[in-house]
Design a protein around this ligand. Structure first.
Ligand code: SF4
Length: 68
């Protein structure tokens, strides 16, 4: 299987947000750096739809405490 970084990694709000909790780093390694095709944000963007700002790669929406 071929692993590669997401082409959106430099512009993605999820990847570049500095205020995410530690669990976000696990998702960054899992999705952004290895399996970006599985990312919900990436999949929505590929369909040409608007990506919700608080959507995480695993399909969950960030809670209020994660949006600070
Ligand atoms: S969150 Fe998704 S779209 Fe954003 S950089 Fe990671 S894999 Fe790419």
């Amino acid at each position: 299987m071929d692993f590669s970084e997401c082409p959106s990694i430099t512009k993605c709000p999820f990847f570049n947000c500095l205020n995410l909790p530690g669990t976000a780093n696990v998702l960054k390694n899992l999705y952004c750096k290895l399996r970006y095709e599985k990312c919900h944000r990436y999949q929505i963007k590929q369909r040409g739809a608007a990506v919700p700002e608080t959507l995480w790669p695993n399909g969950q929406m960030a809670g209020k405490e994660q949006r600070r």
